[in-house]
Design a protein around this ligand. Structure first.
Ligand SMILES: *Cc1c(COP(=O)(O)O)cnc(C)c1O
Length: 248
């Protein structure tokens, strides 16, 4: 098990390095984030004890379950799933440093209130639905700038950039189009010069498309399967969940 994970990590690091070389970027401009949904704390620890520093969960329940086992192993934890407002307190309690999946004003406002009460701040990325699929979360590209402006008024939220999942397709051109959309929004937001907004981070690219994402400017690639192996749940379980229940 250990050897597999380490071997897979070495392959991913090599892929990141090659993609950076190809696009004339320095490989320290791209950070590897391990998407650890369904992965046990034991297996996550192997990665953390061997050079990895950044993990992310999709579900608060898993964050909670693994917290005790991981808290003494140095790492940073981001959140990349659909966040329901009644779970915000757990995001704060379990030391999440960045919510990458912020996609609506009401959620931002609620996080802000909780942070204010605790006298804390938090990094966030605005999630954009670049593939225009009904099933995926994220703000519509046409509304991303407006949402960013509104969220920027919450002093506790430090906007660091944008995140997208993008299209799942074997057609690289279509996938690339999604990443270009995110990059363009980033450039537009930079031009707006919005106070309290940094636009350094572009979180895009996963196991299957990280090269394309890096060529289009990704600063964070989120990798799960290529390091830890296939998951038993379909991704729709993580990505569509909540779309049909009473949380808008
Ligand atoms: C699971 C997940 C990933 C990683 O996907 P893989 O294809 O397993 O690399 C990246 N981003 C999000 C939001 C995820 O849920």
């Amino acid at each position: 098990m250990k050897n597999n994970i380490l071997y897979n990590l070495s392959i991913i690091n090599e892929r990141i390095k090659k993609a950076c070389e190809k696009s004339g970027r320095n490989s320290d401009e791209v950070r590897l984030l391990l998407a650890v949904k369904t992965v046990s704390a034991d297996r996550i620890k192997i990665a953390l004890e061997n050079g990895q520093t950044l993990i992310a969960e999709n579900k608060v329940q898993e964050l909670k379950e693994k917290y005790e086992d991981l808290k003494n192993t140095p790492h940073e934890n981001h959140f990349i799933g659909h966040l329901q407002s009644n779970k915000i307190k757990d995001i704060l309690k379990y030391d999440v440093t960045c919510v990458q999946s912020l996609d609506r004003l009401e959620l931002a406002e609620k996080i802000h209130q909780k942070l204010l009460a605790e006298n804390r701040t938090m990094d966030v990325l605005i999630q954009v639905n670049t593939s225009n699929e009904e099933s995926k979360f994220g703000v519509d590209p046409s509304k991303a700038i407006e949402l960013t402006k509104k969220i920027s008024r919450f002093s506790t939220l430090k906007i660091k950039g944008l995140m997208t999942i993008g299209l799942f397709s074997a057609e690289t051109d279509k996938v690339r189009e999604c990443f270009k959309i995110l990059k363009n929004i980033q450039q537009d937001i930079i031009c707006e010069n919005i106070p309290n907004v940094e636009m350094k981070e572009l979180s895009m690219g996963m196991s299957g498309d990280l090269e394309t994402a890096i060529e289009e400017g990704a600063t964070i690639v989120r990798v799960g399967t290529a390091v830890f192996g296939a998951r038993i749940y379909p991704d729709s379980y993580y990505w569509d969940e909540g779309k049909t229940n009473n949380e808008a």
